[in-house]
Design a protein around this ligand. Structure first.
Ligand SMILES: [Zn+2]
Length: 450
């Protein structure tokens, strides 16, 4: 706890002001009650509580330990808030299910509430809270007073990138990301460059891309994901070049086109099996740097979907071989390039090896906090705040949950060294064909900027 006099306008902090006088710089949107609701998500039973119990045991959600941290309890989104993206019929159907009113199978199928996205107890509460949490995180980033260094907000229970306006898809029932970006667009300077949306999930970020396709002045989407040209890998979209590229001109409702077919506001970087940390960081960092040097210097905000199903050993992702450091290094690069001008929103997403997902999000949280923490070394690695092992015997009342990190309780994700990275060519470098695709995609986006 602080033992000094409280900071007020007439009693500035001893460091002479700087970011300290502007209040919290990092926010985590979370409450134990919210976790208990998200724990019912069929694809990730119990994940939210596990993630946040680990964060708590590491002291990463304790404002007394991190004076620049604010913990914000999420509130449900209002019906009108959800209508910013979702179809009223879809929301009505969810409401009927919540009241126990039977819904015909044909309507459930039309709403995507089948197969991997079934209705479940607490669905309506999860949907409203996931959306509300991400919108509150966006609100924190844009609310006055504007800090000297832009803020970071974290909502690990958000990031549901596959959800469509009128249908659930791929374990996603609400597109909290689109709603959060809409909030950012309403509350940031329209004269700045578009919001950058960076999707790091192993699956293509189709729902967000489709929502903003053609909205050149507002959002640029960038998804790095696994893609199999023969099909069979969900959701099947996300090739480097898709059918929209051959249209002569195209305009989307609500977009600001028409634009020539050579211009796009979305970048897809499809990667092959075995993607390693070095490939991932090389490719993502290159795209970010190229966008920046190409003129995208002042994004209104950067929104990162941090789905962790690309981690080594993920039971549903199954294709990549990443460690948590890949994501931490990408975050460090984003902050290096845009950190002085753009707020950053970190959202969750996939991640089906729950212990590894919790590990990686703990590292990301620590890296975000380290920017402002007096103990941090300023290099945004998380290493100052994350011990080598999970502190599982510290008297935490939930410590039983942390047994899943045993028997070794290591904080690093165990990456097997035997998986071949098929994105790498001779000499151990990322294949020329991959980098050429990246260049083409970046060029077509930069063409829409100017
Ligand atoms: Zn995924």
């Amino acid at each position: 706890m602080h033992m000094t006099a409280p900071e007020t306008a007439s009693n500035p902090p001893a460091d002479g002001g700087s970011i300290h006088a502007r209040g919290a710089s990092v926010a985590i949107v979370w409450s134990p009650q919210a976790s208990r609701i998200h724990d019912h998500l069929p694809s990730n039973l119990g994940r939210s509580t596990l993630v946040h119990t680990l964060l708590s045991s590491l002291g990463l959600v304790v404002p007394e330990t991190h004076p620049h941290l604010k913990v914000i309890a999420p509130l449900p989104a209002t019906p009108s808030g959800l209508l910013g993206f979702h179809d009223p019929k879809y929301l009505h159907l969810i409401g009927q299910l919540a009241k126990g009113i039977p819904v015909p199978d044909v309507d459930l199928t039309r709403a995507g509430l089948v197969h991997d996205s079934p209705p479940f107890r607490g669905l309506a509460a999860h949907l409203r809270l996931a959306a509300g949490g991400s919108m509150q995180a966006a609100h924190f980033l844009t609310s006055p007073p504007a800090p000297l260094i832009p803020r970071i907000a974290i909502h690990w229970d958000g990031g549901r990138h596959h959800a469509q306006p009128s249908a659930a898809a791929g374990f996603c029932y609400v597109n909290d990301i689109v709603l959060a970006i809409q909030h950012l667009l309403t509350h940031t300077d329209a004269n700045l460059h578009p919001v950058v949306y960076l999707d790091l999930d192993v699956h293509h970020g189709d729902g967000v891309q489709d929502a903003f396709r053609g909205h050149f002045r507002q959002v640029i989407t960038l998804s790095v994901h696994h893609y199999d040209p023969r099909g069979g890998y969900y959701p099947g979209t996300g090739a480097a070049e898709d059918k929209h590229d051959v249209d002569m001109l195209f305009a989307m409702p609500g977009g600001d086109g028409p634009w020539p077919s050579s211009c796009k506001n979305w970048i897809n970087v499809p990667l092959d099996r075995g993607c390693s940390d070095s490939t991932f960081v090389t490719v993502v960092s290159h795209v970010i740097s190229r966008l920046h040097t190409g003129g995208l210097t002042h994004p209104r905000a950067v929104v990162i979907q941090c789905g962790m199903d690309g981690l080594a050993g993920d039971p549903k992702g199954k294709v990549w071989n990443l460690s948590e450091q890949a994501y931490v290094r990408v975050l460090a690069h984003v902050r290096k390039v845009w950190g002085a001008v753009s707020p950053v929103l970190l959202l969750g997403g996939g991640g089906y090896h729950h212990a590894n997902t919790a590990r990686a999000w703990a590292w990301m949280t620590a890296a975000a906090l380290e920017l402002w923490d007096v103990r941090g070394n300023g290099e945004l690695s998380g290493k100052e705040l994350v011990p080598e092992t999970v502190p599982h015997e510290d008297g935490n009342s939930d410590e039983g949950i942390l047994e899943v990190f045993g028997p070794l309780f290591e904080m690093a994700v165990d990456v097997k060294g035997t998986v071949r990275d098929r994105n790498v060519g001779e000499g151990g470098k990322v294949k020329v064909s991959v980098m050429r695709g990246v260049e083409r995609a970046v060029d077509s986006v930069l063409g829409s900027l100017n």
